[in-house]
Design a protein around this ligand. Structure first.
Ligand code: DGL
Length: 282
């Protein structure tokens, strides 16, 4: 059984692709809607909430948990893997959502920590939109630059966007926010031409069409949910012991937990997940 954790609805953009790719696998989703968005909280608070969420998923029987939240992954993943997991849950694993994007943009495996002097990567400019925490952590830029120094990374924080999506804001409000952040990113590009964009917050694919409309034509949109899914497939091929598919769809488990109001969350989530969904209280 595989667990997915996010501050709220965002991880559903990943879950949606996972469900299609792995129809026979069991998934348990946990959204910390009561605490969402994480953007305005301190890093220590996000770390504590993430640890609690992951542990809750371990309690549900998930031996493998994906932190389907860039902010939580940027702040907490390494710390949880290094200290807490090794000490208290050595039989469990936690994966994030940043690694697959870095590997895809650089075409260099995560295990390679330095650029090959003969291969600086394809020269290009990549824009990353994320929450304040993700941009402040500089994780995308640091990890991409060290493997592919020819790739220039321009980041733009979108402090109000995840909260507006959580609150089910109107299309015009969301569109105004996206336009504002896209314009700010264009300004910081200077002379550089934008080649590709990463929506580095799992909430943002929910307004992916608004980003596409606000960005210059021809910019490649890097799909984090697709990359995370393919990366998970490769991980499970290497480590089949962490999850075994069910024999048939009728015996598979799909559970949705929330720290918020299950009815309200379920109503909004259906729109994002593409099928009716019943949440229960975590
Ligand atoms: N989905 C989270 C992310 O990927 C949103 C964080 C928040 O709640 O601010 O960063």
């Amino acid at each position: 059984m595989i667990g997915l954790f996010d501050s709220g609805h965002g991880g559903l953009t990943v879950q949606r692709v996972l469900e299609k790719r792995f129809p026979l696998r069991d998934f348990v989703y946990l959204g910390d809607h009561r605490q969402a968005p994480y953007g305005a909280k301190s890093a220590e608070h996000v770390l504590a909430l993430t640890r609690r969420g992951v542990e809750r998923l371990f309690d549900e029987g998930c031996r493998l948990v994906i932190i389907a939240c860039n902010s939580a992954a940027a702040i907490a993943l390494r710390r949880l893997q290094q200290d807490w997991l090794a000490r208290f849950y050595p039989e469990h694993r936690i994966l994030g959502v940043i690694v697959p994007v870095v590997e895809a943009v650089t075409q260099v495996p995560w295990s390679v920590q330095e650029a090959d002097p003969n291969h600086a990567g394809e020269p290009m400019t990549v824009g990353v939109f994320g929450t304040r925490h993700t941009v402040k952590s500089d994780a995308f830029r640091i990890e991409i630059s060290k493997r592919a120094p020819a790739v220039s990374v321009v980041q733009q924080a979108c402090p109000k966007l995840a909260g507006a999506i959580e609150a089910d804001a109107s299309e015009s409000e969301l569109s105004a926010l996206v336009e504002r952040y896209a314009a700010a990113l264009s300004e910081s590009l200077g002379e550089r031409r934008l080649d590709a964009v990463v929506l580095g917050c799992t909430h943002y694919p929910l307004v992916g069409n608004l980003f596409e409309r606000s960005l210059p034509r021809g910019v490649k949109m890097v799909s984090q949910p697709d990359l995370v899914t393919e990366s998970l497939a490769a991980y499970l091929r290497r480590h089949p012991e962490f999850d075994r598919p069910s024999a048939e769809p009728s015996s598979r488990r799909r559970d949705f937990l929330t720290s918020g109001d299950p009815d309200l969350v379920g109503r909004i989530a259906q729109r994002f997940l593409g099928h009716p969904v019943v949440f229960r209280a975590a």
